[in-house]
Design a protein around this ligand. Structure first.
Ligand SMILES: [Zn+2]
Length: 88
């Protein structure tokens, strides 16, 4: 079973965000990544509409300005579900 929590395609990373229930995209031209698919660290923070994230060691930390219910919380990253194809 594939336990990778990051998928990479060209210059972009994709990961599942349980707060938004979508896959977020990370542009590697704007972010640095430690190269790990199972325990990724990505800097700087990843900003989407209403969802601000730090990823360190395979754990998502949501900033307090998130508009969803996981604001100010942390959660381990989970493998992408093949059914989740909506990218935001
Ligand atoms: Zn999100």
């Amino acid at each position: 079973m594939n336990k990778d929590v990051i998928h990479i395609f060209k210059n972009r990373l994709y990961f599942y965000c349980p707060a938004c229930d979508v896959v977020h995209e990370v542009n590697l031209l704007k972010h640095r990544w430690n190269g790990s698919l199972k325990s990724p660290t990505i800097i700087p923070s990843i900003l989407n509409d209403g969802c601000s994230i730090y990823i360190k060691g395979g754990v998502i930390s949501y900033l307090k300005d998130c508009s969803h219910t996981l604001s100010s919380q942390t959660t381990p990253m989970v493998p992408l579900k093949s059914t989740k194809i909506k990218v935001i």
